[in-house]
Design a protein around this ligand. Structure first.
Ligand code: HEC
Length: 141
């Protein structure tokens, strides 16, 4: 009789522990889950001060090949050498839905970053971010 109660109590304890663990994992998966990445509406208000010309596009291309292509690929298809290891679904920068975003939204995303994408606001001057935006526009289909 006594032995049976001990076994039962132990089973209960393990059950409680296992439930707590599963609950913890569930909460964790919700916290780390990321929805679609949207820039705040205020970002659309920021106007691109740089004309899209040979000079700004060439400067943007140089920066893109140096700092972005390892993940996004040279044409923004998400097929850079570091992309596969990240296990993320990359947006095709040539797609209409991507290109439909405002320059300000792109500026905001490049400035802020979102894991695993780094933030560039410390590394780049504003002008350099606009140059990259102008280059990204040339990837449109
Ligand atoms: C370490 C890899 C990595 C690097 C380096 C990187 N990114 Fe990203 N970037 C990502 C990931 C991951 C996402 C989220 C998936 C997606 O939207 O393609 C992303 C998303 C974006 C988006 C938003 C896409 C959308 O759907 O609106 C833009 C714009 C962008 N990156 C631009 C850049 C630019 C410009 C650079 C270089 C200055 C850069 N990224 C460097 C990994 C990277």
């Amino acid at each position: 009789m006594k032995i049976e109660t001990t076994i039962l109590n132990r089973a209960k304890k393990y059950f409680v522990l296992a439930s707590a663990f599963i609950f913890f994992l569930t909460v964790l998966s919700f916290v780390t889950q990321q929805g679609p990445w949207k820039a705040p509406a205020s970002a659309d208000q920021k106007k691109n001060p740089l004309a899209s010309n040979e000079q700004s596009i060439a400067a943007g291309r140089t920066l893109f090949m140096k700092d972005c292509a390892t993940c996004h690929g040279k044409k923004g298809k998400g097929d850079g050498p570091s992309a596969a290891a990240l296990g993320v679904d990359f947006t095709d920068f040539a797609s209409a839905s991507f290109q439909g975003q405002s320059d300000g939204a792109l500026f905001w995303k490049i400035s802020e970053g979102r894991k695993p994408m780094p933030s560039f606001k410390k590394q780049y001057q504003e002008q350099q971010i606009w140059q990259v935006v102008n280059f990204i526009r040339t990837l449109k289909k």
